[in-house]
Structure formats: C-alpha cells, structure tokens
Design a protein around this ligand. Sequence first.
Ligand SMILES: [Zn+2]
Length: 389
Amino acid sequence: MRTVLTAERLWDGARLLDLPVVVAEDGRIASIFTRAERDLPGEARILDFPGAMLSPAFFDVHIHGAKGHDVMEATPEALDAMGGFLASRGTGSFLATTVTAPLDATLRSLAGLAKLLAQPPVEGQAQAIGIHLEGPFLSHLKRGVHPAAHLLAPEIGLFDRLFEAAEGRIRLMTLAPELPGAIELAAHATSRGVRVSLGHSNATAAETRAVIDAGAVSATHTFNAMRLLDHREPGILGTVLTDDSLFAELISDGIHVAPEMVKLWWRAKGPQRAILVTDAISATGMPDGQYWLGGQADGFAVEVAGGRATAGGVLAGSLLTLDRALTNFMEFTGAPLEEALRLLTANPAAMTGLGDRAGSVVVGQPASLVAMDRAGKLVGSVVNGQRAG
Ligand SMILES: [Zn+2]
C-alpha cells in the first residue's frame, strides 16, 4: 500500500522543505521530494495537510505508561494499548521507562520487555525502541515516589544482571551521581552503550562533574527530584544548566516546572541540548481515579485528580502527552515551531544514539510523521505508515 503525505512545509530533522511530498510504502519512507520537482505519484492514498508543517513523529525517552497500562506489566496488551494511544498524539517511538520496584520484579519486567522490543513495528502504533532504567540507583533524599525500600547502591555486577535480563536493550539509565560507586557504574554502563542520565539526586557540583567526566550525557526531568539551585554550591542543577555538552529533559506540563523556569532551562540548554519528555503514567488518556505506577502487581497506588497524579501527596509522574508538551513549551518560551520540534525529535535521537530509528524523516526509515499548525497544535499523525490521529 502506497501512502503520500503532502503539506505546506516539512522539517525533516535537519532542514526545512517547502511543499513537500513524502511517499510511504509498506510502512517505510520510499521517497521525499517537493511539488516543484515532481507531480504526485498515481495510485496512492493521499493524506493532505494543507497549511501544516510535517515533522518526524515524536520520540519520548521518559514514559512509564498510558491508557491504563504501565510498561512494567511487560505484556503485548500493555504495549499495544500504549502504542495506539501515543501514536494518536504524535509519538512514534519511546523508551519504555521502569520505576524502582523489587529487584526480581524489575528483572522480570526487563526480560518481558526485551522480548516485546524484538518484535517488528506495528502500523499505526508507537513503538518502544529501548528501555530507560529509572531506578534503583537513585538518592534516598530525592527519590520522589520511587519506593525507598527498593533503592540500591550502584554496583557493576547488579547493573550487568539488569542489562542481561533486558538482553542489552537498556538505552538510558538514570543515576544519582553522589552515590558511592556511581562513577564506576557510569563508566561501565557507558562502555556497554547505555546513556547515563543524572537525576533523582542531591549531588554537589563536584560530584556531578565527576560522573559527567565518567560518561554521563543527559539529565533526568531537570528541576524535579534535584537538589535546589544555590549560588555558592551550584549542585547538580547548576551543573546541568551550564554544561553545554549535556542534554537535559524537562516535563512541560505547567505543573512540574513553572513557566519561568522552563524559560530559564530553554535559555540555558538551547535548541541543541533541550529534550521534552512526558514522564507519563498509566492514567494518561484516562479519567480521574486510582491507578498504579509500576504495574498493579509490584507497583504502588497513585491518585489522579484535576490533572495531577500523586502518591502520598508527592507528584507521581504526569498525565502529559508530547503534543501538549510542545504547545505548552512554545507558549511558555515563545520558541518558534521549527526550533521547538528538535526537542521531541532530533535531540532525543542524538542523545540516545537511536537516530537510525527515530527523530528524522529519511528514506528507508519507518514512515512516522506528525502534522502541526503554526502554533504547534497537532492536526494529524501517521505512525509506521498508517494514519493514527
Ligand atoms: Zn519517571
């Protein structure tokens, strides 16, 4: 089946094209040209988005669940439900993000996810293309809702057990740099192809620096679960905001970080290093009520009301989708659409090294694109070759 997408502009992950034509065949991009260069091909289903900007589908490197399911369930049903919902909101790929749980439960989830990640992409569904291990190597002081009882000290042997259970599919790992063993683990994980992200941490600037020098490349939900900024001890936050080599995630739901601080983060990190994430949980796309973070069997209860998810009064992830993250970010900062799009496409792809699977519109890659109006509002999405939203 051949599908042709047309719009006013295309941002392909690197450059802008006027009056683009993107031809998809069997779920992959077969050719890209402009209407000035060639006529539309015959015998194709045409999806026209007049006045819209096309971009690569979004890539979320920090998401726990959606539509009533959590990635820790590690079942086909869970990933199918998430995949369909996320695709309808413009997300084409994501890193299945774990939450701190009993070690055997984490190992079981990782093994299940490894099998599911080996499956080919499904038309019209966002695909998990790697795992983000959030916990157990987090600070007790800045654990947020991650259960204290299951936090563990960084240890190479333990990391290897997790990595092997996941059949090498862990692509990102959140690590608190001040923990004993963090420097060694950061270097070891990096050598195995895992990107280390600094977070859930009360680290000083010096402790943070040491783990960046050992290989860390990003920061997990900047501002949230981090030592507060201080002008004499800049700490992890001062370092994250001023180290130009470091990528940095942010949750722009208007709840986790005030708009002024989103602006500060944007000024500090800029269009090459800023990454928007959702940190969404199973309640995303669902009515208010009680949900579970980490799955019902081994996770913990979360109350959802009025757009907030909390456990014991502490924020427990978000209900955000990346399409909303984009419009919120543009509203908070005034950033233009073609710059803002990098934060959900090219930057997460560059940070994770998964640019061959996500974050750009290139011949041969999965046909996963979104269409937006000038304000960044989603008007349509095609994921793995099929209209999804
Ligand atoms: Zn999270």
